[in-house]
Unconditional design. Structure first.
Length: 97
């Protein structure tokens, strides 16, 4: 028998996975985001980046990239990206100046 806590954790995991899938899908079919967050880049990924790609940030689990070139996300997947999410968006709230 599954406990209530286990069901809640499983539900939260499913919501998180669905949210990431929607973000990845939006990024795949739209170049609206000013930057791209690549999760879990492979060891040779940075060497295979398309021309005109700038590395904006880097951590052990992700790389944030930027480019003005058309087909940028497609080029990232061709270079070996496993998951590409939008980055650099301001969100729903206006910026405070």
């Amino acid at each position: 028998m599954i406990t209530r806590t286990a069901r809640h954790l499983r539900g939260l995991g499913l919501v998180l996975a669905a949210w990431l899938a929607v973000l990845a899908g939006v990024m795949r079919f739209s170049d609206a985001a000013p930057a791209a967050l690549v999760l879990f880049p492979s060891s040779g990924f940075l060497a295979a980046l398309p021309d005109g790609t700038a590395i904006v940030g880097r951590s052990a689990l992700s790389v944030t990239l930027r480019s003005d070139r058309a087909g940028f996300v497609r080029g990232l997947y061709q270079a070996g990206a496993r998951a590409v999410l939008p980055a650099g968006l301001t969100g729903c709230l206006p910026l405070q100046v």
